[in-house]
Design a protein around this ligand. Structure first.
Ligand code: TRP
Length: 318
């Protein structure tokens, strides 16, 4: 595609956070993009497909832990609780808790993918007619307002999927602090956290043989093309994921297969052959290291459930 690039042709994007985030990330020395932009409609679907891959153990492990210990986990919620889930995606996990948590009167799923949120909330409301389902379409990493309908209920947070691992550790602490402020005094928080383990298991989980994770990563470029009038040649990029054991994190990158220039929203971004865009980290913790992180952010670890691969932590306000 030969797109002529000039300010007149570019869409007016001055007020779009997506455009400015993409342009600033791709202007950095190590190019990077924020992972929240993975989740357009197609990205959300691809992510659900990842959770079913045989190599991707975290979802299966977490579901099994939730099933086995649901009564115990529900036991940490107070009477008359509003359960707030950060970054819901599918409601498959919270359904397990709802089966056991009879004190939950309202459920607030918060997700950046408005369409998936709407569908999931509607189906859940249908299946749980007495539960107040109050979806909030928002980027949960930014401040947002809780629905006023939950006043008078105690609050518990649910943050599964090791999404906490997609933050830099200091941002993870900041998020936990922010969640604590939002949930208020006496809140509890259930967090799913993937554990440090053998690098081969980790590498396979983020670079599956059938290439679904690669499609998920590359879909970010397709989205930028569509929404920001860009002309990435998606076939000229490839997926790379590896465990960085020093930093205890999986890194995901998109690698430029050749030297090339890309037009994005009226700007030209150049790539050297082999240059990468860093698209995501997935930090791994030990039970102890996560407990310390939580404590540094004003939470007290009260219980933890694990199968050795994945962990589910119950935290209470310190
Ligand atoms: N938070 C999960 C993890 O880090 C899920 C996830 C986010 C993910 N982005 C991903 C999984 C990309 C695979 C590929 O594992």
């Amino acid at each position: 595609m030969t797109t002529k690039t000039n300010a007149a042709r570019a869409r007016p994007l001055a007020d779009s956070g997506f455009a400015s985030d993409v342009l600033s990330g791709l202007s950095a020395r190590q190019k990077w993009l924020a992972p929240k932009y993975f989740y357009d409609e197609r990205g959300s679907q691809l992510f659900e497909a990842i959770t079913e891959l045989k190599e991707y153990y975290p979802t299966r492990c977490e579901l099994a832990i939730l099933r086995e210990h649901k009564a115990d986990i529900a036991g940490v919620f107070g009477p008359k609780t509003a359960l707030i889930e950060f970054g819901t995606g599918s409601t498959r996990k919270v359904r397990i808790l709802l089966e056991a948590a009879k004190t939950v009167e309202a459920y607030v799923p918060v997700d950046i993918s408005a369409e998936m949120l709407r569908q999931e909330a509607q189906q859940l409301q249908h299946d749980y007619p007495r539960l107040r389902v109050l979806p909030v379409a928002a980027d949960f990493t930014l401040p947002f307002r809780l629905p006023s309908a939950i006043v008078g209920l105690s609050r518990a947070g649910f943050f599964p999927g090791s999404t906490i691992g997609n933050f830099e550790p200091q941002d993870a602490a900041a998020f936990l602090r922010h969640a604590g402020r939002m949930l208020g005094a006496h809140a509890t928080l259930i967090v799913g956290v993937d554990l440090v383990k053998d690098a081969n298991i980790l590498n396979a989980a983020y670079d599956d043989a059938s290439g679904v994770t690669a499609q998920f990563n590359l879909n970010l470029l397709t989205r930028i093309n569509r929404e920001l009038s860009a002309n990435f040649d998606v076939d000229a990029f490839s997926h790379r994921a590896f465990y960085n054991s020093d930093r205890r994190r999986i890194e995901m990158h998109l690698v430029s297969g050749r030297r090339q220039a890309v037009n994005i929203a009226g700007h030209v971004i150049e790539f050297a052959a082999g240059e990468t865009i860093h698209t995501e980290n997935s930090y791994k913790y030990t039970i102890e290291s996560f407990g310390l992180l939580a404590q540094s952010a004003g939470w007290t670890p009260i219980k933890v459930w694990t199968d050795g691969l994945f962990s589910v932590h119950a935290l209470a306000k310190a």
